[in-house]
Design a protein around this ligand. Structure first.
Ligand SMILES: NC(=O)c1ccc[n+]([C@@H]2O[C@H](COP(=O)([O-])OP(=O)(O)OC[C@H]3O[C@@H](n4cnc5c(N)ncnc54)[C@H](OP(=O)(O)O)[C@@H]3O)[C@@H](O)[C@H]2O)c1
Length: 310
């Protein structure tokens, strides 16, 4: 009989990549989401991601693996990182109650209880709950995940295509180690099929500075744009002006701090095998053609539409 995975967010980004890979390996997938089924993906069953303990336990019952990608990118509409931690704990408790065979939790590289950044601290609190839950488990910690409709890379491309100058906050000398979406889906699927308790990073082969990354995206898109260093505050002030027209948060102060603290660099040998520069060069023609509005995607008119097909 096919093994059954329950995944939060199989119509979204990393959840969709994990679902695609698990389905390719013969798993059946049930997802918890607030999005509609994408066309041509009716083979994935779904239920609403409602944070009610009985509902979650019922939806998780019978799962060989529960892959949890739920998180929020930014505080918005009354939800903040405390809400995300509380909801994640509820998901972990529900997995225990439902006696799922294994829990694979998607966290972030360099999550730390000591971090001053709410995102990284909150992630570490949930990681601790996963380690303590008593279920066989894996924690997968991506760096920056690069694929179609990824927020940061797509919007770097969008800015490069539309403006003559791209101000790189504080010169962009800080490093990052991106990983492709397909590699991330594979690493999550490998973690699902392992029987060991794991703590692994999902990171790519190459470490580049942020400035080099922006230059690479510009090359991939064949755009000529002056990429110049600017004080972080000035760059953020410029971004805030553009945000007034976009109705979105392009880059939060905490996200910039995470980049500058090099939290998107792994300390372990990379598990990613696909070259991110090759992916960007192959997909540059499509990158940044339209702005990826994360707020519309989660709270506005696009909130119920699928982001990707599992
Ligand atoms: N993307 C990256 O580059 C990256 C890098 C490092 C770590 N991560 C981590 O990887 C995990 C998955 O990331 P992702 O980029 O795939 O995220 P995503 O597509 O935005 O969302 C993943 C899940 O969280 C839910 N969600 C997101 N925002 C929400 C909100 N405001 N309210 C309620 N539910 C919300 C989604 O619900 P729906 O199914 O309804 O959309 C989905 O189930 C997250 O834990 C993230 O922190 C991502």
């Amino acid at each position: 009989m096919a093994r059954r995975a329950v995944i939060t967010g199989a119509f979204s980004y990393i959840g969709a990549a994990a679902a695609r890979e698990l389905r390719r390996r013969g798993w059946t997938v049930h997802t918890l989401t607030n999005r509609r089924t994408p066309p041509h993906s009716r083979h994935v069953t779904f239920a609403k991601l409602l944070f009610h303990p009985d509902h979650l336990a019922a939806e998780l019952r019978g799962a060989d693996v529960f892959v949890n990608t739920y998180w929020i990118r930014l505080p918005h509409a009354g939800d903040d990182f405390h809400t995300a931690v509380r909801n994640n704990r509820m998901l972990v408790d529900a997995a225990v109650r439902a006696r799922v065979g294994r829990l694979v939790h998607v966290s972030v590289s360099n999550a730390s209880l000591d971090s001053r950044l709410g995102y990284y601290r909150g992630k570490a609190e949930v990681d601790a709950a996963v380690r303590a839950c008593g279920l066989p488990h894996a924690i997968v910690r991506p760096t920056l995940v690069v694929g179609p409709a990824d927020v940061l890379t797509s919007n770097i491309a969008w800015f490069l295509r539309r403006f003559p100058v791209f101000p790189v906050p504080d010169g962009g000398g800080y490093r990052l180690q991106p990983v492709t979406l397909d590699d991330t889906g594979r690493i999550v699927a490998d973690a699902a099929e392992s029987s060991a308790d794991l703590d692994v990073d999902a990171a790519g082969q190459d470490i580049v500075t942020f400035r080099e990354y922006v230059e690479l995206v510009a090359r991939a898109c064949h755009v000529k744009c002056a990429i110049i260093g600017a004080p972080g505050r000035l760059a953020l002030a410029g971004i805030r002006l553009v945000e007034l027209f976009l109705g979105d948060t392009v880059l939060a102060r905490e996200e910039l701090a995470g980049l500058e603290q090099e939290l998107l660099v792994s300390r372990a040998p990379p598990l990613g095998t696909e070259r991110v520069d090759a992916w960007l060069l192959a997909h540059g023609a499509a990158l940044g053609r339209s702005y990826v509005n994360d707020r519309r995607r989660h709270f506005g008119d696009l909130a119920s539409q699928p982001i990707a097909s599992p």
